[in-house]
Design a protein around this ligand. Sequence first.
Ligand SMILES: NC(=O)c1ccc[n+]([C@@H]2O[C@H](COP(=O)([O-])OP(=O)(O)OC[C@H]3O[C@@H](n4cnc5c(N)ncnc54)[C@H](O)[C@@H]3O)[C@@H](O)[C@H]2O)c1
Length: 356
Amino acid sequence: MDDILISGHGASSSCIYFRPSLDGLAALVRGEGPVFVAYDNNVSSFASYVSSLTGAVSSYGIDTSEEEKTVSTVSGMCSWLLENGADRNAVLVAVGGGILTDMAGFAAAIYKRGIKAVYVPTTLLAQVDASVGGKTGVNFQGYKNILGTVRQPLFTYICPQVLGTLPYGHILEGAAEMIKTFIIKDGGNYRKAVSLFSGLASCGGSRDAVRNSLPVLGELIHAAVSVKAGVVSEDMFEGGARRKLNLGHTFAHAIEWRSHSISHGQAVSMGMVLAARLSEKLSLCRPGLALELSADLERCGLQTESPFPLKELYAAMLKDKKSEDGKIFFVLIRDVGNTEVMPMSAETVVKLLENR
Ligand SMILES: NC(=O)c1ccc[n+]([C@@H]2O[C@H](COP(=O)([O-])OP(=O)(O)OC[C@H]3O[C@@H](n4cnc5c(N)ncnc54)[C@H](O)[C@@H]3O)[C@@H](O)[C@H]2O)c1
């Protein structure tokens, strides 16, 4: 599979490598500077392999959770770098899911005003989304990812084989973002993804089934990353095209705000169906698209019906951190592979959707 380049306008570029094993990492970091490995404790075996391959100076494991995705955890990472003599040439290699790569990327961005970061994402969501595009960050005062930077890593190293140990619930988290990506730009991959994930769902998402699917999953990861990398190259700081990547997310964040027990991926799935219903109300797409999308997502094992009345989501939508002058940039679906961004007030959106 070809490597993918993110090319920034005036900002740094970044490469995404696809490899069948972790072994190729050693050659890529050689000569870049002393290596420090930060990792999620749940992938300590991958991390110790990466440390030995790269001759790391030191490694630092943490237990990850949204509650611990904080400035204080990042500060702990910076203390570890300082205590172990990391200078401005240091390379911070982050091994883990999106929580770990977001925090390590943030630490790398601020430590000594910036050192190189390398991401080795170990969840499907981190491979298709969190480790691509340069957003780093932590949660603060109840707001998700409200402190952070947009800064490209030196490179991202994607090895689908590491997903063989990932619990199926977390595969589904990435599936929702992957399907979202193919609704934005299809190329025939939307159908392939629905077919793969519905096949996995029908055999209960067993670990063997996931492992057997890795060759196809790897191709779909490559396709999804190339869509995201293309969008980010066009609009690194989210002034235009990058907004499309938020398809379903305004609704999803409102749903997550109402209930902490609904995962992000499941909320994105519900949000995409609401976005499709809104598109139908605005006559932007054919009638029935929302039902078709909902049936596809359900076959994949994703939930599609928000348990909350729209009125309850309204207040949370107003908190959308990406709103400007009271307007939220809603992503609407004309068809699979054809979306558009429309600024609308939350009030208008709720009225349209309530008028069933
Ligand atoms: N920077 C971005 O652009 C961006 C985009 C999307 C999401 N995110 C962030 O990503 C985070 C979610 O990431 P996530 O879904 O990867 O969650 P996560 O990092 O919590 O990982 C999910 C779980 O899987 C475990 N795990 C990781 N790899 C494993 C493996 N190979 N085998 C077994 N277990 C493994 C982790 O320990 C964790 O328990 C959120 O904080 C979100 O804000 C960032």
